[in-house]
Design a protein around this ligand. Structure first.
Ligand SMILES: *Cc1c(COP(=O)(O)O)cnc(C)c1O
Length: 441
């Protein structure tokens, strides 16, 4: 590297990023943090409290990422901090069972009635990967079906894009994934009923599971339509495939019972077979889970032939954090208040965009929201990617410079926490107005 002749930056974020890039690929431990889509210097977080965090320069931001979903109570909630501090004093990890794992499993099952049993793991990736292995083991089938734009972590069989036609093999989206692995994954367009029908008629008897984000938060915010979800359920049942709900993002976030509780209201008797959870259940600590009917879950080791394990699974500090978080969000009125706050944010943003004639559409559920610089809400990944990315980058940096931190990519959802005050929302909308005015002018 040629030494820079510029005078050293006084920006602490830039200094840290320069240091990080020497020794951590891209300077980050998860790619989207690097700001590659929007350009500029990632903010290195020094500390956070409530709805705010402060970067390495001491600049304050209103945080609409909340660690990509887990921080539903905001940062440093006193009841959660207290539970974690007490747990830390009792020990970090034992590699032997604890009462808190049982308590957390009971708490999760009480809130998600489609699950009879649950296993705790450490990340959403691990949970989704294990759920797929379980579905394959339980059905004795190889093929899995997923949807374009849905993210289920980075296990090999899930880093796959559609082939040239439905009857052709899926292709890896990452180097290092053997084509032979990708061949067992079929990728369909989200909300496309005709493709869904065709896939099941072509190879319904081979499908171990269909995995779906019921409200997709990894292509901004796109709901599976009720007719589409109804058909997913019917076809899985008819062909003996398992319906896997990836609620790593939506679980305990869009409603106390997750997205499945919302579909169950619209579709009588609806329930997925396997549910994958993460993010909110750890309250910001590494914790995730998957669960489902007893007969399926009993296929797991040590009871059954499907192997799955983890040194830090059910970690005592993480379970304390998760339990304290679930206790808070289970309080009466929690989701009503959170939903109202989120709705006031998106209504304010919408009105501000309309004032300056900026094309804008938005959606929200519970503490999760999305918006698009498009006149109408998209229904699938292709439509999401038609969003104006240059416009998004102006909006992103305009907000960031004025102390509002949203996801640094147009295909990510946003998150409101219980700590976001009316004043935080008002400040955000005022800042957005200024940026929309600039975009229009
Ligand atoms: C975040 C996410 C994952 C992956 O979870 P990690 O903890 O990052 O491994 C899987 N599925 C969905 C829907 C997610 O949002």
């Amino acid at each position: 590297m040629t030494p820079s002749t510029d005078k050293p930056s006084t920006d602490r974020n830039q200094q840290l990023f320069d240091r990080a890039r020497q020794i951590i690929p891209g300077g980050v431990n998860s790619p989207v943090r690097a700001f590659r889509a929007v350009g500029g210097t990632p903010r290195f977080v020094q500390r956070a409290q409530g709805a705010h965090f402060w970067d390495a320069n001491g600049q304050r931001y209103i945080d609409y990422i909340g660690s990509w979903g887990p921080m539903i109570l905001g940062h440093g909630h006193p009841a959660v901090v207290d539970a974690v501090q007490r747990a830390v004093l009792e020990g970090f990890s034992f590699g032997a069972p604890t009462e808190r794992e049982v308590q957390l499993a009971e708490a999760i099952l009480a809130l998600v009635p489609s699950m009879d049993m649950v296993r705790l793991v450490s990340s959403g990736t691990e949970a989704a990967m294990s759920a797929i292995r379980l579905a394959r083991g339980a059905t004795g089938r190889k093929r899995i079906v997923k949807f374009e734009g849905c993210y289920h972590g980075h296990a090999d069989s899930l880093l796959v894009k559609a082939g040239s036609g439905l009857a052709t093999f899926g292709n890896p989206t990452s180097a290092g994934v053997p084509p032979e692995v990708a061949q067992h994954t079929t990728v369909l367009e989200y909300n496309n009923l005709a493709q869904l029908e065709e896939a099941f008629s072509l190879f319904g008897a081979e499908i171990a599971c269909l995995i779906i984000e019921p409200i997709a938060g990894n292509m901004n915010f796109v709901r599976a339509s009720v007719p589409f979800m109804t058909r997913c359920r019917q076809l899985c049942t008819q062909h003996g495939a398992l319906l896997v709900f990836d609620e790593v993002m939506t679980g305990f976030r869009v409603a106390l019972g997750g997205a499945q509780s919302i579909y169950a209201k619209a579709i009588p008797g609806f329930r997925p077979d396997i549910t994958v959870l993460g993010k909110v259940i750890g309250g910001g600590m590494p914790l995730a889970a998957f669960g489902g009917p007893r007969a399926v879950m009993e296929q797991l080791a040590p009871l059954g032939p499907v192997y799955q394990a983890g040194t830090l699974s059910g970690n005592p500090v993480a379970t304390a954090c998760g339990l304290a978080t679930l206790a808070e969000i289970s309080k009466p009125g929690f989701f009503d208040a959170l939903s109202a706050r989120t709705r006031s944010l998106v209504a304010g943003l919408s009105a501000a965009a309309a004032e300056y004639g900026v094309p804008f559409s938005t959606e929200c559920e519970g503490g999760m929201f999305g918006f698009f610089l498009l006149p109408e809400l998209p229904q699938n990944y292709q439509a999401v990617m038609k969003s104006d990315s240059a416009g998004f980058n102006i909006l992103f940096h305009g907000l960031l410079d004025r102390g509002v931190y949203i996801a640094p990519a147009l295909y990510e959802a946003g998150f409101v926490s219980a700590a976001h005050s009316e004043q935080d929302i008002a400040e955000t909308v005022a800042v957005a107005r200024a940026v929309f005015r600039q975009m229009a002018g």
